[in-house]
Design a protein around this ligand. Structure first.
Ligand code: HEM
Length: 148
C-alpha cells in the first residue's frame, strides 16, 4: 500500500530513520519496525504533533503508553517500510551493560564481604549466648554459696 515497491525486508539504521523528522517526511521505529507516517499525519486521531515529537527515533514506548486499539495496530501495516534491528541491539547492549554492572558490582568485593557477613552472623548469635552462659554460671555460683 503506502509502502508499495519498497522491500519489506529493507533494513534501516537509526541514523537513516533520524533523517525523516518533518511534517512532510515523518518516519519512526516501533517495536523494531520502521514506519513512514507521512501520509498519516493529517489523519492520525491522536494528532500530528505527537507523531512529530517522536519522529526519526524509536517511539515504541510512546506508542504503547497510549494503549492503541487492535484496529490501530492493524493499520500500522499500511505504513511499514522496513526494519531497524539496531533498536534491539541497542536494548540488548543496555541490558548487557546493566548485567555487567550488576556482576561487576557484586563479584569481586562479595567474596570477602560474604565471609565477613557469615562471621558477623555467627558472632551475633554466639556473643549473646556466651553472655547468657556467663550470667547463668554466676547465678549458680551465687546460689551455691549460701547452701554451703
Ligand atoms: C503507525 C503508527 C500509529 C498508528 C497507525 C496510530 C493510530 C492511531 C489510531 C487509529 C488512534 C485512535 C485510537 C485507537 O484506535 O487506538 C490513535 C490515537 C492516538 N495515538 Fe496513535 N498511531 C500511531 C502512532 C502513535 C504514536 C507514535 C503516538 C505517540 C507518540 C501516538 C499517539 C496517539 C494518541 C495520543 C492518540 C489519542 C488517544 C486518545 O485520544 O485516547 N500514536 N492512533
Amino acid at each position: 500500500m503506502a509502502s508499495e515497491g519498497e522491500d519489506q525486508k529493507t533494513v534501516y539504521t537509526l541514523e537513516e530513520v533520524g533523517q525523516h523528522v518533518a511534517q512532510d517526511d515523518c518516519w519512526m521505529v516501533i517495536n523494531g519496525k520502521v514506519y513512514n507516517l507521512t501520509s498519516f499525519m493529517d489523519d492520525h486521531p491522536g494528532g500530528d504533533d505527537v507523531l512529530l515529537q517522536v519522529a526519526g527515533r524509536d517511539a515504541t514506548n510512546e506508542f504503547e503508553d497510549v494503549g492503541h486499539s487492535k484496529a490501530a495496530i492493524e493499520q500500522m501495516q499500511d505504513f511499514f517500510v522496513g526494519k531497524c534491528p539496531q533498536v534491539f541491539e541497542k536494548a540488548e547492549l543496555l541490558s548487557v551493560t546493566e548485567g555487567d554492572l550488576a556482576i561487576g558490582g557484586s563479584a569481586s568485593p562479595p567474596a570477602p564481604t560474604n565471609s565477613v557477613g557469615i562471621w558477623s552472623k555467627i558472632l551475633q548469635f554466639l556473643v549473646p549466648l556466651v553472655f547468657l552462659g556467663i550470667a547463668v554460671a554466676i547465678r549458680n555460683v551465687g546460689k551455691k554459696d549460701p547452701e554451703v
